[in-house]
Ligand binder design. Structure first.
Ligand code: MG
Length: 254
């Protein structure tokens, strides 16, 4: 069942979303060659707590892993798609780093991710980054009353195809609200015009994951980190978006 939120609930979700956006901005500013990923996690966690919010990913039990997620953010580098665990890894010049942040405040969740190009990245990484960010924005534009859920999916896949990139099929976007993951699941591929009709008050976390090579992924032994099977790069963006009478309202940007 897709839960539609009231205007007051969307205001609370906007508060959560703004904290997510603030954390992502802060991490972007300190993400340089030589930085250790556990430091990014520390800064994010401190920022979230300083805003009286709770890091939503820490201790989260996923649908696959039996182990609770150990950190406040996900840091996924190059061939890592999503759910990378921050640790001793040092970020290098040329890396493509996805930072995923989730917070809980006032009973509501916010969830967003940015991929960041570190230093001088190669040409194909630049194209992959641009295609993924475009795909996110094209998907968001379809978050309008009266549209259909898979209009979003289709826009994302079409943008990926335009640059010969593939779309990850094993992980999807989702509804969000009092729970981090609510109905509906939002596939990043497929024909338009299907699925539920979009209504005022639906709040969706749209998250395209595009791969340079094949769409196949695997999960590492840590129970969390998702990597491309062919070892080529992957890119990930995400925003939490409310469907309103005035069109899509992006809750996780400032
Ligand atoms: Mg998400």
């Amino acid at each position: 069942m897709i839960i539609c939120k009231s205007a007051d609930e969307i205001k609370l979700m906007h508060r959560a979303g703004k904290i997510v956006a603030e954390v992502l901005l802060k991490i972007k500013n300190i993400l340089k060659p030589g930085v250790v990923t556990s430091y990014l996690d520390k800064v994010a966690e401190e920022t979230i707590i300083s805003r009286n919010a709770i890091p939503a990913f820490k201790g989260y039990l996923g649908r696959i892993s039996k182990k609770p997620f150990p950190s406040s953010i996900c840091v996924s580098i190059n061939e890592e798609v999503v759910h990378g665990i921050p640790g001793k890894r040092v970020v290098k010049n040329g890396d493509l780093v996805s930072i995923d942040v989730g917070v809980l405040i006032g009973g509501y969740y916010g969830d967003a991710a940015r991929s960041i190009k570190v230093g001088n990245t190669d040409k194909i990484t630049g194209r992959l980054w641009e295609a993924t960010y475009d795909a996110l924005n094209l998907g968001i534009r379809k978050c309008v009353i009266g549209g259909r859920l898979t209009d979003i999916s289709n826009q994302i896949e079409e943008r990926a195809k335009a640059d010969n990139f593939s779309v990850v099929r094993d992980f999807v976007g989702h509804g969000i609200g009092k729970n981090m993951h609510e109905d509906p699941q939002i596939l990043n591929y497929g024909p338009p015009g299907q699925g539920p009709v979009l209504k005022k008050g639906m709040v969706l976390a749209i998250e395209p994951m595009l791969n340079e090579g094949s769409c196949e992924v695997k999960i590492l032994n840590d129970g969390w980190t998702v990597e491309t099977q062919d070892g080529r790069r992957s890119c990930h963006f995400e925003d939490t978006v409310a469907i309103t009478e005035n069109g899509p309202l992006i809750l996780t940007r400032i």
